[in-house]
Every structure is written in C-alpha cells, then in structure tokens.
Design a binder for this molecule. Structure first.
Ligand SMILES: *Cc1c(COP(=O)(O)O)cnc(C)c1O
Length: 348
C-alpha cells in the first residue's frame, strides 16, 4: 500500500510535471530537473534516518535479490568465508546466492524453531578477516522480526531491511550496509535502496558487473546507467509524506500500535492463532492461522468482498498474512479485526 496522498499527487502530476508540459517519466535523467528530484529524495531519506555523512546512499535496480549477489561481489574477496544468520525464506535465498561466489558459514539459525523465532542476542566472535555478517531484519514471509541489532563486533553488519526500513527509527551507524527493495515500504517496485559505509566500497573483484559496483554507482550518483526515474520520483514523494507525518518516531509508534492491536486480537480470539514467538513478531507482516484451515479460501473470499484484499499467506507457507506497511492506517487494522471477529462468530 502507498499513501493515498502520494498517489493523488502522482496522478495530478502525471501529464504535466512542474509546468514542464511533460511527465517526470519523459524528462532526461541527466536534466537539472530530474537531478533535483534525485538529490531531494536522497536528502530526505538521509534526514529521515539521520544517515551519517560517511555513508553512501544508492538508488539501484534489480531488487533485493540482485543485492544477494552484489554484496559478496562488492565486499568480499573470492576466498573469504562469509557469515550469515538464517531466519527463514529470505535469509536462505541470500545465503544460496552468496554461495555461488564465496564459502558461507551459517553462524546462527532458527531452523529448530521452524523459523518461527529468531536466535537469542549474543556477541558474534567472527574469524579475523570475515568480510561481513548478514541477517534479514524482518522475514516478510515467516513474520519474524529481530527485536535487536545483532552484535558483530568489528565485523561489518549487513542487513536485508526490505520489509522494515523506514518502519521505525534506526541507528544506521551500527551497520556496514543496509539494503531494501523499495516495494514494501519505500515506493513502487523497480528501485532498491543501498546504504553503505564509504570505507567498505572500492575493493570489489574485477568480475563485478559495472551496474552492481557500489563505488562506481556512488561516483556516478547512482546513474552509471539509466536509473528507474519514475520509481525514484515516487519514493521521493513517500519520503516527503513520511516527513510530513512527523518522521520515523511518529511512524514507529503508529506501527507499534497497529501491530499490537492486531496481535492482541489474534491472541485473545480463541479462533485465530499467530505462529510466531511473541518476542519477535513482525510489525509489518502478520501471519495468522484459522482454527479450521479448510476455511482459508472462504476467509479470503469473504474478506475480499468486504474490501480487505491481499490476505493470503505466501504461496510457500499458506495460511493468512496481513501486511501492514507504513501506509496502512490504524483504521485499516480496525476494519480487519472487525471482519475477523465477524468471521469467527459465523464459523467458529
Ligand atoms: C521482498 C523481499 C526480498 C526480495 O525483493 P525483490 O525486490 O523482489 O528482489 C528480499 N528480502 C526481503 C526481506 C523481502 O521482503
């Protein structure tokens, strides 16, 4: 979900952006007008997250999935062993891709808990020369979210924050690299944000493709080739919206309330069930089960008829999942809870 006011503004500006007589899609990415869109978006993102100057902010393509490969190719020599934490589907995809380029050790995982929990906080004492420790801050499919930032000591920490970046305040200085596909909480698909500490880039392998090269992209203002200009523009509008809403402290408190209201209802319902350990439940993706799994099709059909859509769990796990990203208002949670209460009364 994107904020309605953002979509309305994009709609108003679609045919005639800033009295140019053109769509922002139709202007050159190297024009002064688009440069200003790009730079304003970066400045607003930096302000929202208080990103220190020693970090580069890149606006790339290829989704988080391309970063699964770009990260080892940029940050690790071919013989270095990478450290990963495995908490579910997205961690596993990141690990599988990294293994195409480097040896990987999984230093912690929650497989024994069927990925319905995250490993307990501890200090990771990683071998000297480990290029980085990677983790998935929010497992979008499983619905677990780290309630803490892993302690990797002097080893740079790399985080896939695709489904949690901008959902609450974050201490960027704890990380070597943060990346996020835009389509969860930032804007439309087609754009990927990478925030990377300056000293980590510029040591890549020779075979690294140019468009994946952080040092090159940083030097070229993320325009080593044509960037996804319309997605970048829309992300910029979302950043403006976040600032107008009061910034990440306000958004974070709202997200906390939204998630708590939904989990409280699920836990007290006697009909629905959350499969995730209570201390690491995602604020963004809330999977839940019905007491009778054969009614799932009926639930999604009736929910859709009531205007509540996209509630199917990921095709790999089934069940239900409510994704309640930043743009979902508290009223959306209330509407879902009302529907769930009615459904449980009719079928429970
Ligand atoms: C959606 C998602 C991805 C994949 O993103 P793409 O942009 O489709 O490549 C990776 N990691 C997490 C945590 C996600 O939620």
């Amino acid at each position: 979900m994107l904020p309605v006011t953002v979509l309305e503004q994009a709609g108003r500006e679609l045919l005639d952006w800033q009295a140019s007589g053109m769509s922002v899609m139709e202007i050159s990415h190297r024009s002064a007008a688009f440069m200003s869109v790009a730079q304003t978006a970066e400045a607003d993102l930096r302000a929202l997250l208080a990103i220190p100057d020693r970090y580069k902010v890149l606006f790339l393509q290829g989704g988080a999935t391309l970063q699964f490969a770009a990260i080892p190719l940029n940050l690790a020599k071919a013989d270095a062993t990478l450290a990963y934490i495995n908490t579910g589907v997205w961690s596993q995809k990141a690990i599988a891709e990294a293994r195409r380029y480097n040896p990987v050790t999984v230093v912690a995982d929650s497989a024994a808990e069927k990925f319905m929990d995250v490993p307990a906080a501890r200090h990771f004492d990683l071998a000297e020369g480990t290029p980085y420790l990677h983790y998935t801050a929010n497992e979008t499919i499983g619905g677990t979210e780290f309630p803490y930032i892993p302690d990797s000591g002097d080893t740079p920490l790399v985080a896939d924050m695709s489904s949690t970046l901008l959902s609450r305040p974050l201490d960027v200085s704890r990380f070597g690299l943060i990346y996020a596909g835009a389509q969860k909480n930032i804007g439309p698909s087609g754009l990927t944000v990478v925030i990377v500490r300056e000293d980590l880039i510029g040591h890549s392998r020779p075979e690294l493709p140019a468009v994946m090269n952080y040092a090159l992209q940083a030097a070229e203002g993320s325009m080593a080739n044509t960037p996804p200009t319309y997605a970048w523009y829309l992300a910029g509008l979302v950043f403006k919206w976040l600032k107008a809403e009061g910034g990440l402290a306000v958004i974070g408190e709202r997200n906390r309330q939204k998630a708590q209201r939904l989990y409280d209802y699920i836990d007290g319902s006697g009909y629905y069930q959350s499969p995730v350990a209570s201390h690491c439940r995602s604020w963004m993706n809330v999977p839940f089960r019905l007491a009778d799994a054969t009614l799932e099709g009926c639930f999604t059909q009736e929910a859709a008829a009531a205007g509540l859509t996209n509630l199917e769990g990921h095709r790999s796990v089934g069940g239900m999942r409510a994704s309640i990203y930043n743009a979902m208002p508290l009223a959306g949670i209330d509407a879902l809870v009302d529907f769930m209460r009615g459904f449980a009364a009719r079928y429970g």
